[in-house]
Write a protein that binds this ligand. Structure first.
Ligand SMILES: Nc1ncnc2c1ncn2[C@@H]1O[C@H](COP(=O)(O)OP(=O)(O)O)[C@@H](O)[C@H]1O
Ligand code: SF4
Ligand SMILES: [Mg+2]
Length: 394
């Protein structure tokens, strides 16, 4: 692998905008006088981000979502694996960060922390425009254009404001505008709405949908909330204890989850008023990633665990086109009687959970992303692909 960041293949090729193959991150840790250990934060995760699509990464706190996003942004160096930008391999080490940042931008969870309180919106947006030489003409026009793209309109109302003078939703829009300043191909959004007031989350989700549709961005949407993932994303990948356990088109994954962990997540969703990660109380807790469980990492919590689950890591099985799950239940030639009994039980559990989720969905408040809804990709009064406009924020 060369040490230069090669120019990506031209747009229009079939290669994903950004692809990770078998990314692994092991953190070396030492706690006081205890022996040093290794946190298996992310192991062998592969994900492909296509243009004009949103891929959601869903999982409980500590499942490795942010570590994956930070590796994709090349803020932290993977222990092993491959990264491909438009089909071209890029070095894993953090060289050529600025050039890479011109293609891939990361938006963080807390907009207040990510914006400098002593600088105005104008400063935050002009900096990347200058550094990446993106404002050929008038800097003011370029900033106005960015503010309009994130629906902070009229721009004159916001351009000289400081972060503390904006609402949470407006601050997150400024953070997104700053990411857009370099005209990236890929936007990585790590829990972009989880710190926002419930009433303004939908507006930011609709903005991301708008950017996917109008700017052809490849978006990674990191969230603990599977209902919002279904609302926004085209594809959902589910992570558990550092591993990818299921991946499918979002509607299929939430209608017919194949992995018992996804079924558990769905059983805790949706609750639109919830700001904290889903409560899976009573269903156990995620394991330590310093010494993760043998075999399937989910086996201590899994109602369908078999002997093989404790002994061997399950293979990733294609359960239907575009839908895969890492679970022994879907390995058809494994101890047929044992697998069949567990599959029957799993199907019954899933049916009950789907029924319960549908019942809860009817109780979901209209201002929130109900699990069965999506921002429209169809033509509306504002042109093709325009989702419902974001709610007003003051
Ligand atoms: N810099 C670090 N050093 C050691 N452990 C870390 C570091 N960053 C994250 N971790 C650990 O990696 C695991 C995954 O963390 P994270 O990616 O933040 O999960 P999530 O975003 O899903 O909540 C956690 O056990 C966390 O404690
Ligand atoms: S592999 Fe076994 S323990 Fe893991 S999710 Fe499947 S049935 Fe449960
Ligand atoms: Mg996180």
């Amino acid at each position: 692998m060369t040490e230069t960041l090669a120019t990506p293949a031209s747009p229009g090729t079939d290669a994903p905008a950004l692809e990770a193959r078998n990314l692994t991150k092991l953190f070396k840790v030492r706690h006081g006088l205890r022996r040093p250990g290794t946190v298996h934060a992310v192991e062998n995760v592969s994900v492909a981000l296509a243009r004009s699509s949103v891929t959601a990464v869903v999982g409980e706190s500590g499942s490795g979502k942010s570590t994956l996003a930070r590796m994709l942004a090349r803020i932290i160096t993977p222990t092993s694996g491959e990264l491909l930008l438009e089909g071209t391999q890029v070095p894993l080490r953090q060289r050529h960060r600025q050039e890479y940042a011109g293609h891939v931008q990361l938006v963080l969870q807390d907009p207040f922390a990510s914006l400098n309180p002593v600088h105005s919106v104008r400063y935050h947006l002009s900096r990347p425009l200058k550094i990446h030489h993106m404002a050929d003409g008038d800097m003011g026009d370029a900033i106005d254009g960015l503010l309009r793209r994130v629906a902070l309109d009229p721009p004159g109302r916001f351009i000289d404001k400081y972060p503390h003078e904006l609402s949470g939703g407006q601050r997150q829009r400024v953070a997104i505008a700053r990411a857009l300043a370099v005209q990236p191909d890929v936007l990585l959004a790590d829990e972009p709405v989880s710190m926002l007031d419930v009433s303004i989350r939908l507006g930011v989700l609709n903005l991301l949908a708008d950017l996917r549709d109008k700017s052809r961005l490849a978006i990674l949407y990191v969230t603990h909330d599977i209902a919002s993932a279904r609302y926004l994303a085209d594809t959902i990948v589910v992570m558990y204890a550092g591993e990818l356990v299921e991946s499918a088109p979002s509607t299929e994954l939430t209608d017919a989850p194949a992995h018992p962990y996804t079924q558990l997540l769905l059983s805790a969703a949706p609750d639109p008023a919830r700001a904290a990660p889903p409560s899976l109380a009573g269903a156990g807790a995620p394991p330590s990633l310093v010494s993760p469980p043998s075999g399937c990492r989910f086996h201590p919590r899994c109602p369908h665990a078999m002997a093989v689950c404790r002994e061997q890591r399950p293979p990733t099985v294609t359960v239907s086109p575009g839908h895969s799950a890492a679970c022994w239940l879907h390995v058809s030639d494994l101890r047929p009687s044992q697998t069949q009994a567990a599959q029957t039980q799993a199907a019954q559990t899933q049916a009950a959970q789907t029924q319960a989720a549908q019942t809860r969905a009817t109780q979901t408040r209209p201002a929130e992303p109900a699990p069965g809804t999506k921002p429209s990709r169809h033509a509306g009064p504002d042109g093709p692909g325009k989702p419902a406009g974001p709610p007003k924020e003051d």
